[in-house]
Design a protein around this ligand. Sequence first.
Ligand code: ADP
Ligand code: MG
Length: 341
Amino acid sequence: APHTPPRPILALPDQLISQIAAGEVVDRPAAVVKELLENALDAGATQVTIRLEEGGVKRIAITDNGRGIPPDQMPLALARHATSKIASLSDLENVGTLGFRGEALASIASVAQVTLTSRTADADHAWEISGNQDGQVTPSSGALGTTVDVRDLYYNTPARRKFLKSDQTEYGHCAEVVRRIALSRPDVAFSLSHNGKTVDHWNVSEIEKRSAMILGGEFATARLPLDENSGQLRLHGFVGLPTASKARADSQYFYVNGRFVRDKLLAHAVRAAYQDVLHGDRYPCYVLSLELDPALVDVNVHPSKIEVRFRDGRAVHQFIFHAVSRALAQTSATSFGATPA
Ligand code: ADP
Ligand code: MG
């Protein structure tokens, strides 16, 4: 059969590029919450307020008391591939901030109605910008820090909107993201509301108290503290006793350099350490933080940065396995009621 003539290759318009990227970066309201919270923490905030409406689909408004954005930079904050966090490849390889891709706000702004309001310490008042990077920056009011107000997620991408679950389900995912981040930063106060009602409020506290508030009092009375160093690696946090295990893997919090991750290698190392004290159908509870030289771990594996890749995965696996095993050995397996496997 004869070929149809080739279609011309066209450069995509910016808005469409962002909408395509948004498919990966902001696949649901919870992803918006994650990106905005990470920005707040990267800005040095000590207090963060999260207001959600209708599962975050109608509105996600996050206010922080961080360093703010100067008015002349506000359009750039909404521009693609514009970031204040890295400037070179060596910065990328040693990245210490949660963000660095410079695409979250641009992606969000391409699929929702965004207003950014911000005030820096040396400004007499706040400024705001709505829409995208082409919006006007106008005087506004507000305290030191930043508010990002995201309304009507996917209003212009109906196909994607159809993939959203019920408000309650979407809200549940948003709340889980808030818990993950709140657990990683007990030195920051968080407040979460849904449909005008305050759901959670966590004051600045020690990790002991923050984790008890988030994982429940039961975990607080049945956990072993852990803090181990080996060469370039440090693992600290808490592992739950087998008595505090659950039928679902919903209380497993693992952080790498402050970032919540879901990683097979890490989960396997912890699981293996529990092998002799926990039945195969039970899931341990834990809050663990691995700290290592940022150059030894690649966080730029996936746009959501939930996966990581270690330069020496074997060494990391062994270290975690041994550290968790030693913590669990503090008490003999039988004394906390585990049935031998
Ligand atoms: P990234 O976080 O990867 O840099 P974003 O699109 O999330 O990309 O944000 C773009 C830029 O906007 C950031 O680099 C930062 O300078 C600025 N910014 C975003 N949110 C905030 C905030 N809450 N406070 C201060 N600056 C912010
Ligand atoms: Mg960001």
